[in-house]
Design a protein around this ligand. Sequence first.
Ligand SMILES: Cc1cc2nc3c(=O)[nH]c(=O)nc-3n(C[C@H](O)[C@H](O)[C@H](O)COP(=O)(O)OP(=O)(O)OC[C@H]3O[C@@H](n4cnc5c(N)ncnc54)[C@H](O)[C@@H]3O)c2cc1C
Length: 422
Amino acid sequence: MARYSAWSVFKNGLTGNRQWARAWRDPEPQQHYDVVIVGGGLHGLATAYYLAKNHRQSRIAVVEKGWLGGGNAGRNTTIVRSNYMLPGNREFYEHSLKLWENLSHDLNYNVMFSQRSHVTLMHDPGEMDVYARRYNIMRLTGSDSELWDLATLKKEIPHLDYSADARFPLYGAAVQRRGGSARHDAVAWGYARAADRLGVDILQNCEVTGFTRQDSRIVSLQTTRGTLEAGKVGFAVAGNTSRLWSMAGMGRLPIESHKLQAFVSEPLKPLINHVVSFAVGGALCYVSQSDKGGMVFGGDLDWYKSYAQRGNLPQVYDVAEAVTSMFPCLSRVKLLRHWAGVMDMSMDGSHFICKTPLSNLYLNAGWNYGGFKASPASGWYFADLIANDRPHSVIENHDLDRFRRGIIIDERGAGPDPKLHG
Ligand SMILES: Cc1cc2nc3c(=O)[nH]c(=O)nc-3n(C[C@H](O)[C@H](O)[C@H](O)COP(=O)(O)OP(=O)(O)OC[C@H]3O[C@@H](n4cnc5c(N)ncnc54)[C@H](O)[C@@H]3O)c2cc1C
């Protein structure tokens, strides 16, 4: 498959762009694979890519029930940051951000990663103190972070509501300059193309409907495109994890599936050159401006469990209210679209990349609503786990047994209620 380059853009431009090759193949399923990854979202595709690239594994398939990017991969608000502080999470998300910084080059695909700063608004000195602790830990462990006072915030983001009677008065901000956003579809397509180049079979419209087990192993997967025998199986199905888990006869997981909505407005001239988020007084909102000009924003979960990829109107009202109270200038902007994805919310808000009670089944799940930024590192460490059959030290506590061992990785300090973690 030809590499993308300035020369290929020029050459194809001269021939009316009719000569571009397919970005990835559409292969027929083989009878046997060494590794089958279930789920063609960002995590599944990244895993397949790093299995082939870093671990020289061959005969890999990614099995996707719909089309690539049809799940959360193509539904998120694309925020990338690494402002985590707890051991394990800290190293994991920083590694992910470093992978993001070279991702377009590595995949030979422009994922439009834009490090336009991630800005968390602060509303009082107490909040600033809490964030100072987190952002100092980030600095001390080799990441970047800044705290802005009100004057700096006003200069950087003049459109916020700084009036004396503002609904949520502002105090300052905690900032990660290296944070930002990327184009989510491009990330899925980039990983798919790069994995395909390394020989990975990407099987779309191929739903896993059952498993055949022998003792404590999965020997084959039943799919809508036939039976696949597998040496090893990895689950990377995000909001559908509990369904697959029980399909494999494994009982229940410490995960709840909740839905989260996102919104996009009509296109506007350049207005916000950062990713801005805030959480205050029960309101949660994050907003950025896409390259096409639309305001992309989101808020909290819809507050009830569901596998539907559709949201409800009360949450639309809630998020619109939050965003316009911070940016009153958006109050007359028209909303173009809103949609929802199914979040795999874990008990402590942190993920699982781990072995399972079945000897050849590996689990990647529990991304809450922060799995977009995690996708490069998630694929990296999951591939490492599957290839070497042992967890890397960075993810050694991200297993299902951590609650029994008393190791809770709760960044928010929200307690054992999945819907409170983000
Ligand atoms: C509205 C919204 C906003 C978000 N905003 C952010 C953000 O700003 N920053 C951030 O970091 N994260 C964000 N997230 C979270 C992030 O999108 C997810 O955590 C991440 O995409 C999950 O991993 P994935 O891409 O692999 O999941 P998915 O894309 O959901 O992939 C799982 C795939 O498994 C497939 N599948 C399921 N069952 C089967 C089966 N039986 N057989 C075969 N295939 C199956 C599904 O079709 C799906 O394609 C957001 C999510 C949503 C919905």
